[in-house]
Design a protein around this ligand. Structure first.
Ligand SMILES: NC(=O)c1ccc[n+]([C@@H]2O[C@H](COP(=O)([O-])OP(=O)(O)OC[C@H]3O[C@@H](n4cnc5c(N)ncnc54)[C@H](O)[C@@H]3O)[C@@H](O)[C@H]2O)c1
Length: 283
């Protein structure tokens, strides 16, 4: 896609973090933006702010519900005529080890992080293919490349997003429609506070934290604030759309481990040990 001005971007998870930064970057390019999020309060505030810069359509959407994604698509077409860029970005973190993670936690994380992306692609791709114009950005994670311990549902969802994106790249070659797979490392957002997005009926997922867990949580939140600013990720994404680039990595820190993994696959050997997520975070 050579020109973004006057075109329309749809962003899920647009009220915070990386999705909000996408929205700001697209607005700066003169795009219309359909800002969608499950959190109505922050969405209203941010949409009003971005609405000073460009045309904004704010919509409360739960990406884990197909009918809400379909309604998001219909509202986009009705207001702007077409969706040129779709960012399947909404995501949550949750769960731990395979042996301990409750099934409703698996279902919540996969519902948002994988099914949400599948629903978005399935709903928006036909129109893009019909027009021979469109770019999909799927937000995966470095956890879609490296299966750290203690992060099971998130890893499974993000590996799924990588596979989905690679499949779409194969299937859309030569059609005028492109896809990018964003695999961020650690970015300064509210992802570590994903429990705020837990559905009300998830009884098992919100146990009281011990004092020790509470202290660790405070340390993680403090550390997250020091990580890469989301605006830098958004700049990479704008360039990937303009340059038709598939992979988007935000930093080099994980490349040696990815190379080791690739080598072990090529050699058909045992996989290298990469340790728990928490260790990688505090490296
Ligand atoms: N921050 C990081 O270090 C990091 C690293 C790798 C990947 N990611 C991915 O980046 C994406 C954006 O997350 P972020 O880091 O900006 O976190 P964030 O918590 O700041 O933003 C996520 C947004 O998604 C929204 N959301 C949650 N559940 C939703 C649902 N069911 N339907 C619609 N919206 C929903 C939240 O309300 C929030 O506005 C996620 O897919 C996340 O997995 C983040």
């Amino acid at each position: 896609m050579q020109e973004l001005s006057g075109k329309t971007a749809v962003v899920t998870g647009a009220a915070s973090g990386i999705g909000l930064a996408f929205t700001e970057a697209f607005a700066a390019q003169g795009m219309n933006v359909v800002m969608t999020d499950i959190e109505a309060g922050p969405l209203t505030v941010e949409a009003e702010r971005i609405g000073q810069i460009t045309e904004v359509l704010p919509l409360v959407v739960d990406v884990s519900k197909l009918d809400e994604i379909e309604a998001m698509h219909a509202a986009t077409i009705e207001r702007f005529g077409a969706a040129h860029v779709l960012c399947n970005n909404a995501g949550v973190g949750g769960g731990g080890n395979v042996a301990d993670t409750e099934m409703d936690m698996w279902e919540w994380v996969l519902g948002v992080d994988l099914w949400g992306v599948i629903y978005g692609c399935k709903t928006f791709l036909p129109g893009m293919l019909e027009h021979g114009d469109g770019h999909i950005i799927n937000t995966a994670s470095i956890c879609g490349q490296l299966a750290f311990g203690g992060n099971a549902p998130y890893n499974v969802a993000k590996f799924g997003v990588v596979a989905l994106s690679e499949t779409i790249a194969e299937e859309t070659a030569g059609t005028g429609v492109s896809v990018s797979c964003l695999c961020p490392g650690f970015v300064a957002t509210r992802i570590a506070e994903s429990r705020r997005n837990l559905p009300e009926d998830m009884a098992t997922a919100a146990p009281e934290l011990t004092a020790e867990e509470e202290a660790l949580r405070a340390m993680v939140l403090e550390q997250f604030a020091l990580r890469k600013p989301p605006s830098e990720v958004a700049d990479l994404v704008v360039n990937a759309i303009l340059d038709d680039q598939f992979w988007i990595f935000t930093d080099d820190a994980f490349q040696p481990r990815m190379a080791e993994r690739a080598e072990s696959i090529q050699a058909g050997k045992g996989r290298p040990h990469i340790g728990p997520m928490a260790e990688a975070f505090f490296e």
